[in-house]
Design a binder for this molecule. Structure first.
Ligand code: NAP
Length: 288
């Protein structure tokens, strides 16, 4: 099976490395070629363009920043979709909005390509350790055909429903992620302003059931003020935007998410776009 991987950022580079480790022949492409160096050293082939990669593959994974970039790389001038063989499979693991995945599914159908949206839950370390959770939309038979590939990069893969349903589940998860860390940061910052020591405040908040359990995993970053990106803040803001955009499309109110999205947007204006998303604590903390 000829596998292609397009998008070798924080997540894609690690996911592709796990496919390689599992013994698959893979060919890769990325806008910034240097990010492929390690993979090429370990046996991956390089494709000069998305279109070259499209022509090569039986299965193509994309792991790109956001919908407009996926669209450009799939359908643009040198895009891969027009070159893919009939019956081949395109799996988009980028976090995008469900209506976008539905539209890409239709575009793929026009080329006789089978499409799946398969965003992941889990960040940099789970990507490295092959511990991701794949949330998959698309045809069930197609999902079964490639499930082993997911399991080489993740601990599980769940078929949620038709095309777009993986993306739907993913934006639900990240909406909670963004809100949880923001609510926690607001509470802890006021605690500190009221004279409660940061460590004590964290210890106690994390012991109570009102704090989201995942915040335990981020505690060290906030405690030590270390915000090197595992999950860049600009991507979390993008995900909240995808949630509010979808809510608008469906006529569903999303007041809290709209507010949270703007807080992350303001943090971006303070040069925090490429820091870890947990830097929203720092944004609320700094007085100027
Ligand atoms: P990243 O490190 O910023 O990588 C983004 C990828 O998109 C890179 O391959 C980048 O190419 C490419 N890209 C961006 N703009 C481009 C353009 N104009 N033209 C061509 N390529 C472009 O992001 P990441 O953290 O790996 O995230 C990738 C996706 O996974 C995002 O949708 C994100 O929301 C999602 N995700 C991330 C995490 C996480 O914890 N990091 C977890 C789950 C899901 P270059 O290398 O050339 O910049």
């Amino acid at each position: 099976m000829k596998i292609g991987f397009l998008g070798l950022g924080i997540m894609g580079s690690r996911m592709a490395a796990n496919l390689l480790k599992a013994g698959y022949d893979i060919k890769v492409h990325n806008r910034t070629r240097e990010k492929a160096n390690e993979l090429i050293k370990n046996g991956a082939e390089w494709a000069e363009s998305p279109s070259e990669l499209g022509a090569y593959v039986d299965v193509l994974f994309t792991m790109l920043e956001k919908p407009d970039i996926v669209e450009m790389i799939a359908l643009g001038n040198d895009g891969f979709l027009q070159n893919m063989k009939e019956g081949s499979i395109w799996i988009d693991s980028s976090t995008v909005n469900p209506s976008f995945s539905e539209r890409m599914n239709k575009e793929a159908e026009k080329s006789g390509v089978r499409f799946m949206d398969a965003p992941v839950s889990g960040s940099k370390q789970p990507a490295e350790d092959a511990e991701l959770l794949f949330l998959v939309g698309g045809e069930k038979d197609d999902f079964e055909e490639v499930k082993d590939l997911f399991l080489k990069m993740g601990k599980d893969a769940i078929h949620i429903g038709s095309a777009g349903k993986g993306s739907a589940m993913k934006i639900m998860i990240n909406q909670l992620l963004g809100q949880s860390i923001l609510a926690f940061s607001e509470s802890l910052n006021l605690g500190m302003a009221m004279g409660i020591d940061k460590k004590t405040g964290m210890d106690i908040l994390l012991k109570t059931p009102v704090t989201a359990p995942i915040i335990n995993a981020f505690r060290g970053r906030i405690e030590n003020n270390e915000y090197e990106a595992n999950f860049p803040l600009k991507h979390l803001q993008k995900d909240l935007h995808l949630f509010t955009e979808t809510a608008y499309e469906l006529g569903q109110p999303s007041p809290l998410t709209n507010t949270a999205k703007e807080v992350y947007g303001l943090a971006k204006h303070k040069n925090m776009a490429d820091l870890d998303f947990t830097a929203v604590f720092k944004y609320l903390h700094e007085k100027e």
